[in-house]
Design a protein around this ligand. Structure first.
Ligand code: MRU
Length: 323
C-alpha cells in the first residue's frame, strides 16, 4: 500500500500523525478548520505541499460549518510562515466564486489530485539528472508524507530507483525534528530503496570521500531569482556540494515557486520553540536556562543550484520565475 499522509472520508479529514512515526501509526480525525490549523502548527502534518492541501481541506471544514471564509483563512494562514504552498492553496480557495462546502471540497480534492500529478511529472524530469549508479544525498522528508504522494526530491529518488539508476541514498537525520531519520527512513524502508541515514554533520565528510554524486532537496518557497527556502541545514549542504563540485538540485511543484517574492531576503523564516533543541523525546538534554536559536528553515542562494526541477521541466541558472 502506498504511504498516505491524509484522506478525506465521511465529512472529516483523516490525518496520519507524523509526530509519532515511525513508532506508532496514529490517525487523527480533523473535523474543524481550527483543528486543521493546529495540526499544521504542531507539525502533525508537515512538508510544503501537504500543508497546503490540509489547509484547503480545513477551508472545506469551515465552509461545512458556516464559518466566514476570511475567518478560517486568517487562522490557517497564521499556522506556519515559510511554505508558500499554504498561502497558494488559501488564495486558490479564496478566489472561488462560491463559498459552499461542495465547491470548496471539490477544489481541495483538485489541489490534492494535481499535487500527485505534478510530483509524478517532476520526478521524471528530475530522474533525467541522476547519473547511472548514483549515490544521492537528501535532507528532511520530501516523500509521500510531505505531499499528496510520490514526493518531490524523494519522488526523484523513487523514480530513479525504479529506472535502475540509483546505487544508494544518504538521508540526513535533519535535526532538530529528525524528519530524515524518522520519516524518510520509514518511507525508504517500505520501498526497499538502499539507503543509509547519516548525522547532518556527516554530509560534507561523505562528499569529501567521493561518496556523493548528487544532492537533491525539496523546497518550501522558491523566490523569483531561484533563492530557495528549505529545511535548516540545506544551505550548508549546498555550500559543501559547491566546494566538492557536486551538483545540487532543488525539486518542487510549481505551487512552491513564488514569483511575487523577488529574492531570499523577502522569505519569512520560521523560528520554532527552544524545546525542539533542548529536549529529545520530551527529556531535557540541555542545561536549564540554555539560550537557543531555532530557525526551522534557511535560504540557499539560486547561484549555488545546478537546477530547479518542477513539473514543467528542468530550469538552469540564472533563474527568473515570472507570474
Ligand atoms: O518543517 P517541515 O518538516 O515542514 O519542513 C519540510 C521541508 O523543509 C521540505 O523539504 C519541504 O517542505 C518540501 S516537502 C515536499
Amino acid at each position: 500500500m502506498p504511504v498516505r499522509a491524509f484522506q478525506w472520508e465521511d465529512g472529516r479529514l483523516r490525518l496520519l500523525d507524523q509526530r509519532t512515526l515511525p513508532n506508532r501509526e496514529v490517525w487523527l480525525d480533523i473535523r474543524s478548520y481550527e483543528q486543521a490549523a493546529g495540526a499544521i502548527r504542531e507539525m502533525a502534518v508537515r512538508g510544503a505541499p501537504a500543508i497546503g492541501i490540509v489547509a484547503a481541506y480545513g477551508m472545506a471544514l469551515a465552509a461545512q460549518s458556516g464559518v466566514p471564509r476570511e475567518t478560517a483563512s486568517a487562522l490557517l494562514a497564521a499556522a506556519r510562515p515559510t511554505a508558500v504552498n499554504l498561502f497558494w492553496a488559501l488564495d486558490r480557495i479564496g478566489r472561488l466564486p462560491v463559498w459552499s462546502f461542495e465547491t470548496v471540497l471539490a477544489e481541495a480534492q483538485a489541489i490534492e489530485r494535481e499535487d500527485l500529478e505534478m510530483n509524478l511529472r517532476l520526478a521524471k524530469h528530475g530522474a533525467s539528472l541522476v547519473p547511472q549508479g548514483a549515490r544521492v544525498l537528501t535532507i528532511c522528508n520530501t516523500g509521500s508524507l510531505a505531499t499528496a504522494g510520490h514526493g518531490t526530491a524523494l519522488g526523484i529518488v523513487r523514480t530513479a530507483h525504479a529506472q535502475g539508476k540509483l546505487r544508494h541514498v544518504y538521508s540526513c537525520e535533519t535535526r532538530p525534528r529528525q524528519q530524515g531519520l524518522r520519516l524518510t527512513a520509514w518511507e525508504l524502508l517500505k520501498d526497499g530503496i538502499p539507503f543509509s541515514s547519516i548525522a547532518d554533520g556527516a554530509a560534507a565528510w561523505l562528499m569529501a570521500q567521493g561518496e556523493v554524486d548528487l544532492v537533491v532537496v525539496g523546497a518550501d518557497r522558491i523566490a523569483a531569482n531561484g533563492d530557495t527556502a528549505n529545511k535548516i541545514g540545506t544551505y550548508a549542504l549546498a555550500v559543501a556540494a559547491r566546494h566538492h563540485g557536486i551538483p545540487f538540485v532543488v525539486a518542487a511543484p510549481s505551487s512552491t515557486v513564488d514569483p511575487a517574492t523577488p529574492d531570499g531576503r523577502s522569505i519569512p523564516i520560521e523560528e520554532r520553540a527552544a524545546e525542539e533543541l533542548t529536549e529529545v523525546e520530551g527529556v531535557r538534554v540541555a542545561p536549564a536556562g540554555c539560550p537557543v536559536r531555532n530557525p526551522a528553515f534557511d535560504v540557499t542562494p539560486g547561484s549555488l543550484l545546478a537546477a530547479i526541477v518542477t513539473e514543467q521541466g528542468v530550469f538552469r541558472p540564472p533563474f527568473l520565475f515570472q507570474t
